[in-house]
Design a protein around this ligand. Sequence first.
Ligand code: ADP
Ligand code: TPW
Length: 603
Amino acid sequence: MASVLTAEPPVTATVADDTLKAKSRGVSTLSASHGPDTQPELTDGFHLVIDALKLNGLDTIFGLVGIPITDLARLAQGEGMRFIGFRHEQNAGNAAAIAGYMTQKPGICMTVSAPGFLNGLTALANATTNCFPMILISGSSEREIVDLQQGDYEEMDQLNAAKPYAKAAYRVLHAEDIGIGIARAIRAAVSGRPGGVYLDLPAKLLAQTLDAAHGKRSLVRVVDAVPRQIPAPDSVARALELLKSAKRPLILLGKGAAYAQADADIRALVEKTGIPYLPMSMAKGLLPDTHPQSASAARSFVLAEADVVLLIGARLNWLLAHGKGKTWGAPTSKQFIQIDISPTEIDSNVAIAAPVIGDIGSCVSALLAGIDSGFAKPAAEWTGAISERREKNLAKMAVTLAQNPSPMNFHSALRAIRDVLKTRPDINVVNEGANTLDYARSIIDMYEPRKRFDSGTWGIMGIGMGYAVGAAVVSGLPVVAIEGDSAFGFSGMELETICRYELPVCTIVFNNNGVYRGTDVNLSGGKDVAPTVFIKGARYDKMIEAFGGIGYNVTTPAEMTAALLEAIASGKPTLINAVIDEAAGTESGRLTNLNPQSAAKKK
Ligand code: ADP
Ligand code: TPW
């Protein structure tokens, strides 16, 4: 807004004007246009940030501009970096986070100060919670004014606000420290347990000038940013001994296992041991979901019955019932082996008999080395019982999936999507919602690692379009985002971003007229609709048409199949408004146990 822009301190704009004229010569420099030719070449904070990122192979920024980030973004683009501009910082942050997860390099998100920073902070906190490496870089206003709370433009003590929600938070005050600041941010984001890092760059810093040669020397190329962390041999021996003693062993793969990119060794461990495995939602595809050892379709059975569980990059948090209780077959207790890079994860919920601390690649390969010919595969009694359950459950599910109710329900719509996606295992799948998330997770098979991105550890809504953009930009491959209509609403404006960058993203909105369902009524009988209810019959497909994308409105599985095939083949931004029975699904999806009020109502 013009009034906001004119309220900016003029100093940044003046120096930035100079920087924009600067020509890149190795380290990007300012031409000393105001002095004689003999003056040393200068660089400034803007250029040093860009140079430091590029030096470390970070070539994409997800962000939203405003002073002083506008100049930084413009210059970065001018110097060959990709700047993907969003409509809301949270979505830019989510794109950066998923880029980090996919690549093991920190995703970069850039925002303006105070409100822009806070909008990005949700994504940073979500990244930290999910163990995704990202760096949120925000411009900030003058320290002297912020610290005395004298009322600066977008005043906020951002560094302290970020600290509780980030793995680390740093501020750089001198241009010559930018190289070190970015090196520290990179290391903190990707080493050990990955997470979100906040980097505070005051506007004044970006405008500081420095002798170009000095500036170049101050940059740091981070060496061995993700160092291998080899497990202690005795911890490996202990784990092997326990695994060998198991009668009913189970391997549980979490998204840490997918992140680690140790795909071949993980597969070898599963296949060489013959142990049945369960993937957590984002570990689906690490081995194809159709793998004969997958116990997904017998999940409750194996969790309750296994006697030794090998956790690989999965935390025993709420998603795994904290490792105890009925889900895990209590009162009989089981023994856990846990591979994790973070020593304090061990014993966080239940006692872990055999912790193996290190990076998953090194730990799995050490275990593999100990699986010799003497290792007895699990007894047929165990694997047979699992197969029996699995076949029974799959047959039951097949009957449900084969139905064709009108209007469509979650199952019939997902059946159509499943059958299309089966033909394109390379496609990235983004998934959020309640019922849409729960059903899609179990119905849509994944065949390749790191292709499924969802609400994750927090069960957060709003990751949809940010993850979709990030996944499309990083992979260059199509994305299908399977979205509840409520979930979609949190980031829906990024359809414009998707269209602007012409990304091959097909968003499918499961439109059942509300949060969870569309059938709720106002208990007072008043005019307002119930808290969960949206406008009936909304046409989300029209939204994407506003930006030049292609919209489809589908009411049957056959129409869904045709639209999705066409959408994927087009490689264009598309949106399928899938009309779903508004009475289908349950409140909170499968989380009804966390919703006592509503559970009580149903009794
Ligand atoms: P899920 O939600 O799929 O169960 P979580 O996010 O709960 O997975 O767990 C991921 C775990 O993986 C975290 O405890 C994290 O410390 C661990 N982790 C992440 N990357 C690595 C790695 N490279 N090596 C070892 N452990 C890792
Ligand atoms: C940031 C609470 C959990 S699931 C959900 C909400 C609002 C949406 C469910 O409706 P939707 O799905 O998307 O239409 P479906 O398939 O059942 O029809 N705010 C945030 N995160 C969460 N998790 C919520 C609110 C919630």
